[in-house]
Design a protein around this ligand. Structure first.
Ligand SMILES: Nc1ncnc2c1ncn2[C@@H]1O[C@H](COP(=O)(O)OP(=O)(O)O)[C@@H](O)[C@H]1O
Ligand code: SF4
Ligand SMILES: [Mg+2]
Length: 367
C-alpha cells in the first residue's frame, strides 16, 4: 500500500466504442465517445457521487474504472498502480480489492444459485478462506453486516424482496473484503421507501469498514447526503464537481443550474419564486458530440466566442470545479440567459418527418 491520500486517480480517461457496419468486413465507421476525457480522484474512505442523465457515460466510466470495459486512453491509478498497464494475471488479483454493485440485483444474481453458492463462488475464485468452515464464518459475518438472516443462505434470489436482493448484491461484493466499491444506480430499481435503507446500509458499511465508494445515480438526491464530492457528467465528460450541498446551494455550470432548477423545493414560497431553466433539445449523440463546449447546443448562456470552438477544462472556482469558459460572469449575473434554438435530429426512418427540425426552446422564467 502506498501512502497516497487518493485510493483512485483517473486521468484523461476515454472509452470510445467502435461503430461497425458491413456484413462481410466489419468496417469501423465511427466511434461512440461514451467517456471522453475524465479526470477524477477519490480519497480513501470517501464517496464520490457521479450524476448525469441517462446515456451520458456514467456506467461506462464505472466499468472502465474497474477495467471491466477496457479504456481507449488515459490512466486509472488504484492505490498508486495504473490498472490500464497491468497484465491479465495481476489485474485478476487486484479485482478482489475493487467490486461492483449493480442496479438490478435480479439480473446480476444467478437465479439458479442459492445465496450460499453466490457468496462462496467469489471466495473460491480468489482463494479466500482455506476451509469450508472458514468460508462459512466469512459468509456469516457478511450476512450480519448487510442485515440478512442466516437462513437466507439456503434460499434463492427470487425468494427475496427487491431490497433484500440488493443486500445480497452488496454481500457478494463485500464478502471479498474490497477497498473500493463502484455502485451503479444501486437504488434506482427499488421502491422509494426501501431506497433510504439501502443508502444508509452503504453509509454504515463505509463507516465500519473504511470503504471507498463511487456511487452512480441519475438523481442527485440519491447521492447528495452520502457523497463527499459529487461530479456532474454531460456527454462523456465532467462539467462540475463540488460537495452535494454546494451544488444545491450554488450550482455554477449552466447544465447543473438547469438540473437543479428542476428539483422541487419543499417551501412553497421559495418554490414559486425559483429560477426554472428548461433545457431544450435532446441529449446530442455521443457518436457525434458538439464541437467546443459539448453543452453549447443547449446552453442558455452560450456566447458567440469560444463556446462552439474551445473545449472548456474543469477549473477551480471558489469551492467548485467548473468546465465553463464564462462561469464567473454567469455567477455574477453579468451574463444573462437567452433563448436557445435547439436542433432536434430525428431518426431518418420516421416517415415523412423532416431530417432536422428547429425547435425554439421554452424560455422558462429566467430570473
Ligand atoms: N458496449 C457498448 N457498445 C457501444 N456503445 C455503448 C456500449 N455501452 C454503452 N454504450 C453507449 O455509450 C453511451 C453511454 O452509455 P452509459 O455509460 O451506459 O450511460 P449511462 O450509464 O450514463 O446511462 C451511450 O450512448 C450508450 O449507448
Ligand atoms: S462554455 Fe459556453 S456553452 Fe459551455 S456551459 Fe459555459 S457558457 Fe455554456
Ligand atoms: Mg448506466
Amino acid at each position: 500500500m502506498t501512502g497516497s491520500e487518493n485510493l483512485v486517480e483517473v486521468r484523461d480517461l476515454k472509452v470510445h466504442f467502435p461503430i461497425k457496419r458491413g456484413v462481410v468486413f466489419d468496417k469501423v465507421v465511427g466511434h461512440v465517445k461514451a467517456v471522453d476525457g475524465v479526470d477524477l480522484s477519490i480519497p480513501r474512505g470517501r464517496t464520490y457521487g457521479l450524476v448525469g442523465e441517462s446515456g451520458c457515460g456514467k456506467s461506462t466510466l464505472g466499468r472502465a474504472l474497474l477495467q471491466l470495459t477496457p479504456p481507449t486512453g488515459g490512466e486509472v491509478r488504484f492505490d498508486g498502480v495504473d490498472l490500464t498497464r497491468l497484465s491479465a494475471g495481476r489485474l485478476r488479483s487486484m479485482r478482489r480489492r475493487m467490486q461492483m454493485i449493480f442496479q438490478d440485483p435480479m439480473s446480476s444474481l444467478d437465479p439458479r444459485q442459492n445465496v450460499e453458492s453466490i457468496l462462496t463462488e467469489g471466495l473460491q475464485a480468489h482463494g479466500i478462506g482455506g476451509s469450508r468452515d472458514e468460508r462459512r464464518r466469512i459468509i456469516g459475518e457478511t450476512l450480519d453486516a448487510v442485515g440478512l438472516p442466516r437462513w437466507a443462505l439456503s434460499r434463492y434470489p427470487h425468494e427475496f424482496s427487491g431490497g433484500q436482493r440488493q443486500r445480497i448484491g452488496i454481500a457478494r461484493a463485500l464478502v471479498l473484503g474490497p477497498e473500493l466499491i463502484v455502485a451503479d444506480e444501486p437504488v434506482s430499481a427499488l421502491d422509494v421507501s426501501i431506497q433510504a435503507q439501502v443508502v444508509n446500509l452503504l453509509d454504515e458499511l463505509q463507516e465500519r469498514l473504511g470503504l471507498t465508494y463511487l456511487v452512480i445515480a441519475h438523481d442527485l438526491a440519491v447521492v447528495r447526503h452520502i457523497s463527499d464530492v459529487v461530479g456532474v457528467m454531460y456527454l462523456g465528460a465532467l462539467v462540475e464537481e463540488a460537495s452535494g450541498d454546494q451544488l444545491y446551494r450554488e450550482p455554477m455550470h449552466p447544465y447543473t443550474r438547469a438540473l437543479m432548477s428542476a428539483v422541487p423545493v419543499p417551501d412553497p414560497d421559495v418554490e414559486d419564486q425559483r429560477e426554472r431553466i428548461l433545457l431544450s433539445g435532446d441529449l446530442p449523440s455521443p457518436a457525434n458530440p458538439p464541437s467546443g463546449c459539448r453543452f453549447h447546443t443547449r446552453c442558455p448562456w452560450a456566447q458567440p466566442t469560444r463556446c462552439a470552438d474551445e473545449r472548456p477544462v474543469l477549473r477551480q472556482i471558489g469551492g467548485s470545479k467548473v468546465a465553463c469558459h464564462f462561469a464567473e460572469r454567469i455567477a455574477s449575473g453579468e451574463l444573462r440567459p437567452h433563448r436557445v434554438t435547439a436542433e432536434v435530429v430525428r431518426p431518418a426512418d420516421e416517415g415523412d418527418a423532416p431530417g432536422v427540425v428547429s425547435a425554439p426552446s421554452e424560455p422558462g422564467s429566467y430570473v
